[in-house]
Design a protein around this ligand. Structure first.
Ligand code: AMP
Length: 145
């Protein structure tokens, strides 16, 4: 899907927001939802999405919603750091299929990084164990401040 197009409310993140698909939830407020990525590129890979949005990508989003989204990203990233003590955090966001985007509801990736551990390939890792994701989500959630 290119940068041009219309929002499809059948996408998996819209289903998670409506409670129609499961997610290992980390954090939620009036504006954003954070949950574990089921194909993590590293342990603790977390996604943050706007809750009230029909933007497929960053270019389409309202500035005020972006402000709330990135406040949420910072809050969750701090909790990921506190919970997992990574050496760094890779924060990414893709726009259009050619860039690597596979889900067309705006979202931001928070990926913890450790010295000597290469980043897993985007969209090519295996599916994580649901129980492990739930445990990680609880560990990160406990550090939200
Ligand atoms: P992107 O490729 O940037 O659009 O990112 C979409 C991300 O969503 C990928 O990293 C996928 O692993 C992840 N993903 C796909 N389906 C689900 C799901 N049901 N729950 C959590 N993460 C998902």
């Amino acid at each position: 899907m290119s940068l041009d197009g219309t929002y499809d409310d059948g996408n998996i993140f819209a289903k998670i927001l409506r409670g129609e698909a499961p997610a290992a939830k980390v954090f939620e407020d009036d504006h954003v939802l954070a949950f574990m990525d089921v194909f993590p590129q590293a342990k603790g890979h977390t996604l943050v999405i706007p809750k009230h949005s029909s933007a497929r990508n960053l270019l389409e989003e309202e500035p005020q919603t972006l402000a709330h989204l990135f406040q949420g990203v910072q809050r969750v990233a701090r909790a990921v750091r506190a919970a997992l003590r990574p050496d760094g955090l890779t924060i990414t966001q893709f726009n259009g299929a050619v860039s690597g985007q596979t889900v067309f509801h705006l979202h931001v990736h928070i990926i913890p990084r450790w010295d000597g551990v290469p980043l897993g390939r985007h969209g090519e890792g295996g599916m994580a164990d649901a129980g492990e994701l739930k445990t990680l989500a609880a560990e990160i959630a406990a550090k939200i401040s």
